[in-house]
Design a protein around this ligand. Structure first.
Ligand code: SAM
Length: 313
């Protein structure tokens, strides 16, 4: 078994692009809302001049401890804490910071989380069905599988997994759990594989695991709450970079960036603007930026990454 204390925590994705697009002031204040092992943060810190501050947040206390250790040589320039990036405004207020120069969100899960057999994220290792990034959450994946109604299961599998066999799978889960509680990743994987026709069973397994992870960790709610508020935190000229790993996240990011770029929210049939909302954001990446083939070869987990960047006007 892998020793997770010494495990390479996570290989950061699109690092050069992140640095190029994020840093506009080498003595500025930056917020890494998903610090993970501190891979991106370390590169940001290396780019600082004598001044500069980085606030690093992660919902996973294991990540926070790892990042603190990884970035200990930058101790006087960092504040690293457990927290939810959705609470960006409260976090900055607590640190008495008014406006910042840049924000990075690198969504999804880290290699440390997915490879750790105790966490239950992977369907390639048999482990308890947990999937909580934040150990303080009360509900884990097993609680959802064993207690949600059939209708609720169908809803989350459809909405967060975009799984066409959601109904059949939910039906079977409900039947199976009446006889025996579904406790492990392999129990769930085998159950799905036994009911799905055809060759692409593993795709359904992957979609159901994705849906569960999103539901357990309230990933889309957190992202949407963040997107509603982050512009407040940025200085004029400050930048936001978001790297997402599936279309549900990317769609939300695109929607909010476009809305802030457009500004006015008046109905199109009103001749004069009455909402008074001006443009707040300028989108820098008209199309999402993707990792190169070389990067994907070195780090296959980068393959689904999409980076979007914008600047506060
Ligand atoms: C892909 S990893 C980030 C890796 C990081 N960029 C690095 O270079 O090591 C995503 C991280 O986001 C964290 N995370 C997920 N949802 C979060 C939330 N709502 N608030 C704070 N951190 C969150 C996860 O625990 C995980 O450590």
């Amino acid at each position: 078994m892998c020793d997770f204390k010494n495990h390479l925590f996570h290989t950061p994705v699109l690092v050069d692009k992140v640095i190029e697009l994020l840093i506009t002031n080498k003595s500025g204040i930056y917020f890494d809302g998903t610090i993970g092992g501190g891979g991106h943060s370390k590169e940001i810190l290396k780019n600082f001049k004598d001044k500069g501050k980085l606030i690093g947040i992660d919902i996973d206390s294991g990540a926070v401890n790892f990042a603190k250790n990884n970035l200990k040589s930058f101790k006087n320039k960092t504040i690293i804490k457990k927290g939810n990036y959705a609470n960006i405004l409260e976090i900055l207020k607590k640190e008495k910071i008014k406006k910042i120069d840049g924000i990075l969100l690198d969504l999804g899960i880290s290699s440390y989380q997915i490879d750790n057999p105790e966490r239950g994220f992977s369907y390639f290792v048999d482990s308890p069905l947990d999937m909580r990034m934040d150990n303080d959450l009360r509900k884990n994946a097993s609680d959802i599988i064993n207690n949600y109604s059939k209708t609720e299961l169908i809803k989350i599998f459809k909405k967060y997994g975009e799984e066409r066999y959601s109904r059949i799978i939910s039906d079977y889960i409900v039947k199976k759990r009446e006889k025996k509680v579904i406790k492990t990743s392999f129990e769930l994987r085998h159950l799905i594989e036994s009911i799905i026709p055809g060759k692409n069973k593993i795709k359904s397994v992957s979609r159901i695991f994705q849906a569960l992870r999103i539901e357990v960790n309230k990933e889309l709610e957190n992202l949407e709450n963040f997107l509603k508020n982050f512009v407040e935190a940025l200085k004029s000229g400050g930048r936001i970079i978001i790297i997402s790993y599936h279309s549900l996240e990317d769609r939300l990011v695109k929607k909010y960036f476009r809305q802030f770029e457009k500004g006015c929210i008046c109905p199109p049939d009103i001749p004069i603007c009455v909402c008074g909302k001006g443009e707040i954001l300028k989108i820098i990446s008209k199309k999402p930026i993707l990792p190169s083939k070389d990067e994907i070869k070195l780090n296959p987990r980068a393959r689904s990454a999409k980076l979007r960047a914008a600047e506060k006007i």
